[in-house]
Design a protein around this ligand. Structure first.
Ligand SMILES: [Zn+2]
Length: 216
């Protein structure tokens, strides 16, 4: 593992997805991590001060379910699976600067601080989330995923419309700002062949995003 020089200005930030620990690492995780590792080494060779993050996301109902199936307490299950990821990357000599776990105390503090800052600025607000909910799977599904407009795509049971309180991120506010940024910085979305796809998605309208969960 390489370490950054203290005090030098950070110029590149590279991250893998923060992997979900409901199952052990597989070839797909390795593929993504090797690409991020190669890119980090390349940037460092060029003299760029690069920070490389990877880690594990340890919150969510699917993890709780997997833990129950394995007969282990949830935190022990998460510890064990997270360790299999970290050990694997160490075995391959992956040059990450930090392996983050979403159960880490400093991560929790960071999230709370970011949340409070955005809330104070009005970028996060409280409202109601409404959607098609499968009681059996305890999951909301977008209407486009429902079978025949009603049935759960996972278990086939009938879904019902449920409303619950949630905090939302005001994503819609950033629609025009993003489009202006893409126009002014043609290399912001790479490869360029994918730029139109992203731009058209944003032009199609950004909806505010539910960022908290109450019942799922
Ligand atoms: Zn279901």
């Amino acid at each position: 593992m390489q370490h950054r020089e203290e005090g030098k200005k950070l110029s590149k930030y590279i991250t893998t997805p923060i992997y979900y620990v409901n199952g052990e690492a597989h070839i797909g995780h390795a593929y993504t991590t090797f690409i991020a590792d190669s890119k980090t080494r390349y940037e460092k060779l060029k003299g760029e001060d690069t920070y490389f993050l990877t880690g594990t996301d340890e919150h969510g109902q699917k993890i709780e379910e997997s833990a129950q199936k394995s007969g282990k307490p949830t935190n022990q299950f998460a510890d064990e699976i997270s360790a299999t990821f970290k050990n694997l990357w160490d075995e391959f000599g992956i040059c990450y600067d930090k392996f983050i776990r979403t159960t880490d105390e400093d991560h929790k503090i960071g999230v709370q601080k970011a949340f409070e800052t955005m809330y104070a600025k009005g970028d996060i607000y409280k409202d109601f989330y409404e959607g098609n909910y499968c009681v059996s799977c305890e999951t909301f599904f977008p209407e486009t995923q429902l079978i025949d407009g009603e049935f759960c795509p996972d278990c086939g049971r009938s879904t019902s419309i449920i409303k619950e309180e949630s905090y939302f991120f005001r994503l819609s506010k950033y629609e025009n700002r993003l489009l202006e940024h893409y126009a002014a910085n043609p290399d912001f979305i790479l490869p360029r062949s994918r730029a139109n796809e992203v731009i058209n998605f944003v032009k199609g309208g950004l909806r505010d995003l539910s960022v908290t969960r109450t019942s799922f």
